[in-house]
Write a protein that binds this ligand. Structure first.
Ligand code: NAD
Ligand code: MG
Length: 385
């Protein structure tokens, strides 16, 4: 039987690639959702014939309804519609929404008993223990799409039952500003920051890669996905993005996953796991690459890395706080309201806000996210003055 797939965030960088991968694998697309891109989702509906399509934006959803009235597709809107889409009957929910907005739909999918292929890392960063508790309670699988986490997941296949994992090593390209210091970064523009050397991605994650917040978020994501203490998760700069991450076992053997930097591979693995099938990604030509390089990350310049490390070590709602501050700061930077280095300053500041010690409910996470956003906007106003 054809696997049925729901794609949340279908109009984005991951979403559009995921649809191509799913189609090539012979899957049926049952549900599509996006924020407000009517044109793109309309053409996706015409191509894939889903039973349900949801746009978060009310107005855009109305427009979509009119445009596709010749088709047997139900159109919904709002967060309620997103959660209905996530819970709708399917075999796998692929979540490629960007940001905290993906958390509630992820929870709805888990509670409906669906396995999830997760690109939306902010879900695990903000939701951590609450999401994982629900995953265990509902007996569903979380399959990583993030390339580093897919690599680790692949390196853990065949691990002994006791796992014997000593540490995880996340590789990082270093982004467009590798080797630069704070003085050189003070005046970089959104255009500079949006030029990533190895990957073509959505705007938010591209800025996160430039500040290296992305690696901090991935550290937190790895802690939850693989149940490894953050002190046993290291980060190493690897400019070529050929090794996508590694696992070191207790005997000091390291297992790595290598491949061309192409998200099709991790996406496909999340869909076909535990099977491996042919992919459209290029084969890696090691002789052509010749050398692989590694460096320690510069945590003094890229202060978001340590902010995330401190947040996950502290636990509770601290990760949700740094995530919320970052989302606000990235938006402000893209709108040229604050400077590049202000992003890190605002993220670090989020650790000073008073936060509950334990994260024990979704409601509490939503409240914290809202409160930190407000405090970050207030702090940014001071900077903008
Ligand atoms: P993107 O901006 O290209 O796409 C985001 C998608 O989410 C769009 O379809 C958009 O319509 C939808 N969306 C945005 N806000 C929404 C809201 N409030 N409600 C509902 N839908 C909303 O982003 P992307 O680069 O595809 O990244 C998606 C996620 O995958 C992010 O969490 C990112 O960190 C992660 N990720 C991306 C890549 C990559 O190569 N792009 C790699 C690893 C992980
Ligand atoms: Mg990644």
């Amino acid at each position: 039987m054809k696997k049925r797939i729901t794609v949340l965030g279908s109009t984005g960088s991951i979403g559009t690639q995921a649809l191509q991968v799913a189609q090539r694998l012979g899957c049926r697309i049952t549900v599509l959702t996006a924020h407000s891109d009517v044109k793109t989702i309309e053409s996706q509906i015409r191509q894939f014939n889903p039973a349900l399509a949801v746009l978060y934006d009310e107005q855009a959803a109305q427009d979509l309804k009119t445009r596709v009235r010749d088709l047997p597709v139900k159109v919904l809107s709002g967060l309620e519609g997103m959660c209905e889409a996530a819970a709708a009957d399917t075999d796998l929910v692929l979540n490629s929404i960007v940001g905290f907005a993906g958390l509630k739909p992820t929870m709805a999918a888990i509670q409906a008993g669906h396995d999830i292929a997760l690109a939306n890392k902010e879900t695990l960063v903000a939701g951590g223990s609450v999401v994982m508790r629900e995953v265990a309670r509902c007996g569903v699988r979380l399959l990583p799409i993030d390339s580093e986490h897919s690599a680790i997941f692949q390196c853990l296949q065949g691990a002994p039952p006791a796992r014997a994992v000593k540490r995880l090593i996340l590789t990082a390209s270093g982004g467009p500003f590798f080797g630069k210091n704070s003085v050189e970064l003070e005046n970089v523009t959104p255009e500079d920051a949006l030029r990533h050397p190895n990957w073509s991605m959505g705007a938010k994650i591209t800025i996160d890669s430039a500040t290296m917040m992305n690696k901090g978020l991935e550290l937190i994501e790895a802690r939850w996905l693989f149940d490894v203490d953050p002190e046993n998760i290291d980060i190493i700069i690897h400019r070529e993005s050929v090794i996508h991450s590694l696992v070191e076992y207790d005997d000091n053997s390291m297992i790595a996953q290598l491949g061309v930097p192409d998200m099709q591979i991790p996406m496909q693995y999340a869909i076909t796991w535990p099977a491996r099938v042919q992919s459209n990604a290029k084969s890696l030509d090691l002789a052509k690459i010749k050398n692989l390089s590694f460096y320690q990350p510069d945590c003094e310049t890229f202060i978001c890395i340590d902010a995330c490390r401190r947040a996950i070590e502290r636990g509770g709602l601290a990760p949700a706080a740094v995530n919320a501050a970052n989302e606000v700061a990235v938006e402000l930077f893209l709108n040229r309201k604050i400077g590049f280095l202000d992003i890190g300053r605002l993220v670090c500041k989020a650790l000073d806000y008073r936060l509950p010690d334990e994260a024990d409910s979704l409601e509490q996470i939503l409240q914290t996210d809202k409160a930190v956003r407000e405090q970050t906007i207030a702090a940014a106003r001071e900077i903008m003055r």
